[in-house]
Design a protein around this ligand. Sequence first.
Ligand SMILES: [Mn+2]
Length: 487
Amino acid sequence: MEEKSSELKPIRAVYAVLGSGGIGLAIANELGTRDKNIVLIDKDAAKVQTLIEQNLNALHGDIGETEVFTKFALKYLKSVFIVSSDINANKKALDHIKKMAPDVLVVTKANDYPQKEELEAAGADLVVLPSKLPHKSIALAIVQYVEKNTSVNMAKALKKLIASVGDGKFAIIVHNNPDPDAISSAMGLKEIAGSVGVKAEIHYRGNIDHHENKAFVNLLDIELDQSTDFEASDYKKIAMIECSTPGVNNMLPHDTQVSIVIDHHQADIEEIKAEYVDIRPNIGATATIMTKYLQDLAIPIKTDLATALLYGIKVDTDDFCRNTDPSDLIAAAYLYPLANHDILSKIETPSRSIEEIEILGDAIKNRDIRGSYLLSNVGPIHNRDALAQAADYLLSLEGITTTIVFGLGDDHIYISGRTRDVRINIGKVMQDAFGADKGGGHSLLAGAQIPLGVLGGTKDKQTLMKLAEEVVVKRLLSVIGIQKEPS
Ligand SMILES: [Mn+2]
């Protein structure tokens, strides 16, 4: 393990604190509650050792010398806090950072007004003077200043990049089968483009077939292009929303040159080649990030967009119950008075088609309960989504923890499974029963489709369904470990 710490790979930090005195440590603590990518630098080796023992990313070095700046990657830095007690060393560090990374926000400290003016003239964004306030209060004020300004600077950089499209074409790509978070965020980016006179097109592949998502697109009159003949070279710039790698769950070819990536899914930032990358895995929804951009750019959010973004946040955070960051709540609070709550409630309880209700009825009527499992064959179907809805609905039945609903399409048997039993991974069950190429999903929600092959030509749907049922039930039960009772 010794080798690892002596590796030459520079540390990737978003914030650097130079000088770990009282203020420096207070700033590191304040940042530590928000973002873990911090590096602390001090010339006192013993102090650095103590910081490392406290699990802090600390480096030994003299901030007055340029050598120390080779130990961490300046390109990832958003902000530097130069707060050592040596004012001359602080000045040298400021000069160096301004030369190497002019866009990094710099906070430093001075002992008096003349020094403050000198440091400001040298490019410091904020210069702090001695104060009787506790270090914790000073650190909080500094960090809040930095967060606000970094956020505004990023938003301005994004806007500038989009403005450079001018009269050219700008494409916004969302992941395949886009969800409300992806769609609303793409709408948000389109609004930003509109604010600088750039026309954007939102493109996607796949389907929007969940009934709530369909209601979302219809009720908000959202314009999306389901693209089959997208040609990347037609566009001056391409943005990826809710996805970060061309060719991975999106319509772009692998080698596409992308300009903008905005997402909240974990990704290897080294692999992303875009000019502008904003990936925040700690945030519950991309719609939250987009709301912040609109706020920072002072772009008024129209009712439909506010409704869409709020719905995107609600869906991704499961009504603020899952993966929720305080910033998701802040964004939602900002959008709340701007949104149309009638439309929102219509999206959340969309009207169901006759077929959906009929399938639900069949699923209830044909239920086959074995312990806490419910299996149901609904017969011929046109709308696969209705199976998922029925599986969802039946999960609320008393005593049932796992539901499997299946039906017969033109050339496939479609199966939808749900569970609330944490010991079962329903995605794995589907895979084991029908093969990884036919079934899959998550631990609580999954589906499968089995090609009918030669049986597809059979006219007698009843017989076919009986055969299908045999196959589905037998395979599933053998995987789950329940024997079919002799009939
Ligand atoms: Mn999302």
